[in-house]
Design a protein around this ligand. Structure first.
Ligand code: PLP
Length: 401
């Protein structure tokens, strides 16, 4: 039965991490994975998460009963409040509602599935380049047309505004447009507020459906409200759209799989109908979600003191990333490395799209045991003040050799 099954291609980020683990070089550095690291280069369980986990462990009223299919109601309500800001009209009018999902990936999957299966949408656009999974999930959902819109202008290391607007304008009516709400992965380059206005205008005029992927709220600026500007802009313009929220990064809850699909429609009644359809998709997919991570998030967000502590934790992560950007930039400048490295400090979020080629990435790995993605993407939080000099030196060599 299985003898003709071909081995599937490896997933680069996981394959490199495996290779990294086996590497015996004591000075090895892993800049591939999309997870936060401390100044000691360790994963960080947020202090506020530890506090709440201890509280939950001691709470005898909690049990292991199934959650509702659409998730923990307190979690869903808190998640949409983080996305749009407490008191936003879409919340007060109940035009927005949330559905718990298995991470941001699960939220995307639910959104894609609903749009494909219930609304019959057949064309979906993702940015070029984009997070590796955006296209794959669409293919898995059976979209016949998975397309790209231009996004990155390599020559200027900036947004290809004209290309993006042209491609969106040419997209067939009703196409699903996947947008990165903040801290574009992998480029770290977001449209300016003025550019977002133009993008929104085309989406509206062409009757396209926006699906905003919000995986890094708080990570870009350290400020949840600032990083939530894009969904709020779409809501302010009375648009109908989905937001796939992830709490993996901003809560450091990667393996707990905590995500939320926020639904915004023209009325509370329509939102309820859409939610009921998504509920049926969940029932047939994973039946109901896990509770632990969602309980942690809901407990934090429902308690002003804990929520304030969480904001401080996020700020700490965001500030360390900014510091690493500055240090790497200054070091490359000091070395006189050819090229303009300003983009390292201009880009935002967890990643930097260095502009290094696949061959240069390979050079770093084989000569220095420094692991970066073949498209040149590096996780800035994988750097520390102890490793940044060596990484800069290796980059310098890779560029000048
Ligand atoms: N969207 C983007 C742009 C991401 O970078 C990621 C994770 O790296 C996700 C979605 C998925 O997040 P999660 O781990 O919560 O599924």
């Amino acid at each position: 039965v299985f003898s003709n099954v071909q081995t599937a291609p490896s997933i680069e980020v996981f394959a490199l991490t495996e290779q990294f683990k086996k590497d015996s070089n004591p000075n090895k550095v892993n800049l591939t994975v999309g997870a936060y690291r401390t100044e000691e280069c360790k994963p960080w369980v947020l202090p506020v998460v530890k506090t709440v986990e201890a509280q939950l462990a001691a709470d005898d009223t909690l049990d292991k009963e199934y959650l509702p299919v659409t998730g923990l109601p307190d979690f869903c309500a808190s998640a949409v409040a983080v996305c749009f800001g407490e008191g936003h009209p879409v919340l007060l009018s109940q035009r927005a509602d949330g559905i718990q999902a298995l991470g941001g990936t699960g939220a995307l999957r639910l959104g894609y599935d609903f749009l494909r299966c219930i609304l019959g949408r057949d064309t979906i656009y993702v940015s070029k380049p984009t997070w590796g999974n955006h296209k794959g999930i669409a293919q898995q959902c059976g979209y016949p047309n998975v397309r790209e819109y231009r996004y990155w202008l390599a020559s200027g290391r900036c947004l290809d505004e004209q290309g993006m607007l042209e491609d969106l304008t040419a997209a067939p009516e009703g196409s699903v447009i996947v947008l990165h709400g903040v801290a574009h992965n992998p480029t770290g380059c977001d449209p300016t507020p003025e550019q977002w206005e133009k993008i929104l205008a085309v989406i509206k005029q062409r009757n396209l459906f926006p699906l905003i992927d919000l995986a890094y709220q708080g990570f870009a600026s350290g400020d949840l409200d600032r990083d939530g500007r894009v969904p709020r802009l779409f809501a302010d313009h009375n648009m109908e759209f989905f937001v796939a929220q992830s709490f993996s990064k901003n809560f450091g809850l990667y393996n707990e799989r905590v995500g939320n699909l926020a639904i915004v429609t023209q009325s509370a009644e329509i939102t309820g109908r859409v939610k009921s359809q998504v509920r049926n998709i969940i029932r047939k997919t994973w039946s109901n979600p896990p509770s632990h991570g969602a309980r942690v998030v809901a407990t934090v967000l429902r308690n002003p003191a804990l929520a304030a502590e969480w904001r401080e934790n996020i700020k700490r992560m965001a500030e360390r990333i900014v510091l690493m950007r500055q240090m790497l930039f200054q070091k490359l400048r000091a070395l006189g490395t050819p090229g303009n490295w300003q983009h390292i400090t201009d880009q935002i979020g967890m990643f930097s799209y260095t502009g290094l080629s696949a061959a240069q990435a390979e050079y770093l790995r084989t000569n220095y045991a420094i692991y970066i993605m073949s498209d040149g993407r590096i996780n800035m939080s994988g750097l520390t003040s102890k490793t940044v000099d060596r990484v800069a030196q290796a980059m310098h060599e890779a560029v000048t050799k």
